[in-house]
Structure formats: structure tokens, C-alpha cells
Design a protein around this ligand. Sequence first.
Ligand code: AMP
Length: 190
Amino acid sequence: MVNLILFGPPGSGKGTQAKMLVEKYNFYHISTGDMFRYEMGNNTPLGLKAKEYIHAGNLVPDSLTIEMLKARVIANKDVYGFIFDGFPRTTPQADALDQLMNSMGQNVNKLIALDVDDNEIINRLQERAKVQGRADDANIETVQNRIDVYKKNTTPVFDYYAHFDKSTKIEGVGSIDDVFGRLCTEIDNL
Ligand code: AMP
């Protein structure tokens, strides 16, 4: 089993690349952002709790996020490997993921960060807002807050896995196929 964390700021292309990696390597893709959007779309109790955080560009509390993630992993534990997209976003989430993987006799093999600068992120999110209509992409204050939260709360996760020599950074700018090629090189070297 190969388990990968696809890491990077909002709009860095994690979701697009994860879908392409699933086609090529047969990973099981878990996007906590997609899961929350599904819950919100269905007005479930979890969706209703998550909504205010997501609309403000803040992180949903760890307790809710970890519980949701764990249930999805446990329900799919026989897959070839997981791609985690948008999780972990805090070091307590990284701890919880490691514990969960260990309890299954597995581990996180690699964290690959897509490196994209702030201006490019803001441009991409504005474009995505037009196409996908996500409220958290359309509002510039929410976007700025998501970038700030990423820098403050989420970048420590890169260092957390760097400590175990598992973090790597690749250039996230260029064509989708170029970035995909860089990711495949990293995965093929595992
Ligand atoms: P994303 O689609 O990954 O950009 O996620 C959209 C929003 O969902 C984020 O801005 C957060 O509010 C929330 N979210 C997604 N994943 C997490 C996570 N791992 N921890 C906390 N909040 C999350």
C-alpha cells in the first residue's frame, strides 16, 4: 500500500492532480473539502456545523474533521493506497492520521507539496469561482484568510513530515501535464 499526502495552498491544483493520479495508479482519493461540500449540499448535521467555518475561510475544527476522515479510511481499508487531498491541515490532524495508519499496519509514505505563489493562487481561485461557483473562492477576504490560515496552521504539517524525511516540494506552476509529470516522477521513485 502506498499512501500519499498531496499538499499545497488552496488553488495549487491538488484536486486536479489527485484525479489524474487516481487514473494512473489506482489510488483511493480522499478530499476532506469535497466531503464537507457534500455534507453541506445535503444539509446534514455535520454540513451545518462545517458551513460557518468554510464560508469564512477558516478550518473546520480538528475533532469534526478527524472523525469524518477516519470513518472514510476505515470503510475503505482494502484499497491499493490513499491520496489525501486537503488533509492533514494541522499537526494534530497529522498525528491522528499517523495513528490511524499505524493501527492498520500502514504509514504515510510521502507528502508532496505543490509550490505556487500567492498571486498565482489568487488568480486561479478567481478563475475557479467563475467556473465552479464556490462561495469561498469568490470572496477575496475569504480567499486571503484561507491563504493566511494555510501559512499559519497548515505549513507546519510540511515540517512535521520533513522530520521523518518524507516531505518534498515540486514546482506547481506550468501546464497541468507538466506538474503531473513531476508528481509521477516522485511517486515512481518511492
Ligand atoms: P478545500 O476544498 O480542500 O480547499 O477545502 C475547503 C474548505 O473546507 C477549507 O477552506 C476548510 O474550511 C474546510 N476543510 C477542508 N479540509 C479541511 C481540513 N483537513 N481541516 C479543516 N478544515 C478543512
